[in-house]
Ligand binder design. Structure first.
Ligand SMILES: C[S@@+](CC[C@H](N)C(=O)[O-])C[C@H]1O[C@@H](n2cnc3c(N)ncnc32)[C@H](O)[C@@H]1O
Length: 331
């Protein structure tokens, strides 16, 4: 037998990398350095950490490509300067703070497997804990700003006037669609704790006249009528097939004839065992929501067909984004 055990060692220590990176992000290391070069003691004094230990920590960050080092001074690598410094247009630091919040939750995977319940009570990040809710919503916003550029290119809302963005979270997609389509107004429906933060984001983008966020539970609250587009982005992975079917039928009912239904999500393969990122994403959803999972594209196409949608298409977003947009038209 000549099998190399390296993949197992890699799996056993992968959390070292995650912990180093998430700690650096939590301490705002990359923003503290900004566009400057600093030595370990200057950085330690700004972070409020111990100098010797900080030196080793910084050198480990260099080894992972997060920092560059020259003559004992540290600066951000191109990667960190682009995505991890507050104020950068492509800033993703809040999205990674949400990953940081979930770090201890992954340590409870065995608990979830035994109990069949999420290790993190879903309400924690959906309103109950204001700070964690903010990390979740701003994290979604950071990510959606990146994904949104591709998403709005794949969903043609030319000439459409009324969008309903179900579980629209930070309202990012609604804002981007309204910016691109001058005749469009959008209503985001989400849970009350999330809607409050979405309201701040809508104001920040000065879109209050065209985008509004209303509190509602998509499983219970009736939808506003007369929509010519309904978007369900990132919500099917929280729900059972029965609820997804119900949401599809509810979208159908609230649409005008000719109206468009778009489902954007991360989907697994037809055998439901890959690709790896999607399967781990499904486990992440299982740890954080009651019915968290991943569905396949063909399941969603079936639900749309059963509800009466026609001209159904599935379009993957360009890599590295793992999303696919499935669209159907109400005859
Ligand atoms: C992964 S986020 C997706 C946000 C956004 N649509 C996107 O794609 O980036 C799921 C959203 O569904 C919302 N949500 C979860 N359960 C809900 C419910 N029962 N009613 C309304 N919104 C809900 C969450 O608050 C969250 O904003």
């Amino acid at each position: 037998m000549n099998i190399n055990p390296s993949p197992l060692f890699k799996l056993a220590t992968a959390y070292w990398d995650s912990s180093l990176f998430l700690t650096a992000n939590r301490l705002n290391l990359f923003s503290v350095i900004g566009r400057n070069e600093k030595n370990a003691s200057e950085i330690a004094s700004e972070l409020g950490t111990e100098t010797h230990h900080t030196g080793l920590f910084l050198n480990a960050c260099v080894s992972l490509g997060l920092l560059d080092k020259k003559d004992g001074r540290y600066k951000n690598s191109a990667l960190s300067e682009t995505f991890l410094v507050k104020g950068s247009p492509a800033y993703l630091g809040e999205a990674f703070k949400y990953s940081d919040d979930l770090y201890p939750v992954w340590g409870k995977l065995e608990e979830t497997l035994r109990s069949g319940k999420p290790a993190l009570r879903p309400d924690t990040i959906l309103g109950d804990d204001p700070e964690k809710t903010r990390h979740f919503v701003l994290g979604m916003h950071n990510r959606a700003l990146g994904v949104g550029r591709s998403l709005i290119a794949k969903i043609d809302l030319t000439g459409r006037k009324k969008l309903l963005d179900v579980g629209g979270g930070p309202a990012t997609y609604s804002i981007l669609f309204a910016q691109k389509n001058p005749e469009l107004t959008s209503t985001v429906m989400d849970l009350p704790g999330v809607v409050a933060i979405a309201g701040d984001i809508i104001k920040e983008f000065k879109m209050e006249e065209r985008v509004c966020a209303i509190p509602g539970d998509y499983t219970k609250t009736p939808y506003p009528e007369g929509n010519d587009c309904v978007l369900n982005s990132g919500i099917f992975h929280r729900e059972t097939p029965e609820t997804c079917r119900m949401l599809t039928a509810k979208a159908f009912q609230s649409l005008e004839p000719g109206g468009l239904f778009a489902v954007n999500d991360v989907f697994c393969n037809e055998k439901k065992d890959g690709p790896p990122f999607v399967m781990l994403f499904g486990v992440n959803m299982m740890l954080t929501s009651e019915f968290g999972t991943v569905h396949s594209v063909s399941e969603v196409i079936k639900w749309l067909t059963e509800a009466g949608f026609r001209d159904i298409t599935g379009t993957p977003l360009p890599p590295p984004m793992p999303h696919t947009v499935i669209q159907g038209v109400k005859p």
